[in-house]
Design a protein around this ligand. Structure first.
Ligand code: PLP
Length: 264
């Protein structure tokens, strides 16, 4: 039995995926694989499997707040990861909680639409995400479709990704990891890390699989590394390596073609 007193914990505030490949379930597996104690506040429940999302339920907002407060009241929280937040009411509840409770790091995965096409954030909530949560983000981890929705214009190539990462910083986030996996390109997948002082490209060989839960896992791996004291740019590099490795070993748990990550 380990005896470390009050180790740093990572808190995920996100949606539950009944299929176990994304959301809270992926986040907790990722925290455990990094040796970090995982906490969770469930912001939405999804009924889903490898072929899609069949139903979504948002818990009462005072119950969401109670989950977040219970975590902050008792645990030494080193980083918070935000995932599926469903609507503007949930976003306001999370923003209020984060204003009241101090978290050293906040990793924001701006989950909007699942790979299967299901909407995980109401379109009317985009403005609340932009104005209430982005200014609290230590790092924002959008994929290209999410960054396009946040910025309101297309991002067509690597040059445009560099410009977009600076535009995202101007929305008030401290750093950005803009994921390039959706770029129509046969070469490596190139992500761009940018903060006020630096900008770098992070490349990995492209794995041609229909993957589920990569965004959740990446943001959680960043949060776990931050809990372990790894500086932000290196936390992003370590997290992209982790996702690449877990995806290379990925497996198909259901009847759909979808591959989930192997965290073991
Ligand atoms: N379901 C939940 C609850 C999620 O939080 C996410 C995260 O992005 C997804 C589904 C989407 O996963 P993906 O787009 O990787 O299929």
């Amino acid at each position: 039995m380990a005896s470390a007193l009050r180790p740093r914990c990572a808190l995920t505030i996100a949606g539950s995926d009944s299929g176990g490949g994304a959301g809270i379930q992926a986040d907790l597996k990722t925290f455990a694989a990094h040796g970090v104690h995982g906490l969770s506040a469930i912001a939405a429940l999804t009924a889903q499997h490898t072929q899609g999302v069949t139903a979504v339920q948002v818990p009462p907002l005072d119950f969401l707040r109670a989950q977040i407060d219970a975590c902050f009241d008792d645990f030494n929280i080193g980083a918070v990861k935000l995932g599926m937040l469903a609507n503007a009411g949930v976003i306001a509840t999370v923003a209020d909680a984060l204003r009241a409770r101090q978290a050293p790091f906040v990793v924001v995965d701006p989950v909007m639409v699942a790979t299967s096409g299901a909407r995980l954030l109401e379109p009317e909530a985009l403005d609340a995400l932009r104005t209430r949560l982005l200014p609290k983000a230590s790092i924002l981890t959008p994929n290209l479709p999410e960054a396009e929705l946040l910025l309101g214009h297309p991002i067509a190539d690597r040059e445009a990704m560099h410009r977009a990462s600076r535009e995202l910083l101007a929305l008030g986030v401290s750093a950005v990891l803009l994921k390039g996996g959706h770029l129509d390109d046969d070469g490596d997948v190139v992500d761009i890390y940018a903060d006020a002082d630096s900008c770098r490209e992070i490349a990995h060989p492209r794995l041609s699989v229909d993957a589920h839960g990569t965004g959740c896992t990446l943001a959680s791996a960043i949060a776990a590394n931050l809990c372990l004291g790894v500086p932000l740019p290196e936390a992003c590099i370590a997290a992209t390596d982790y996702v690449h490795r877990a995806l290379r070993q990925g497996y198909r748990p259901g009847r759909g073609d979808v591959v989930v990550l192997d965290h073991f």
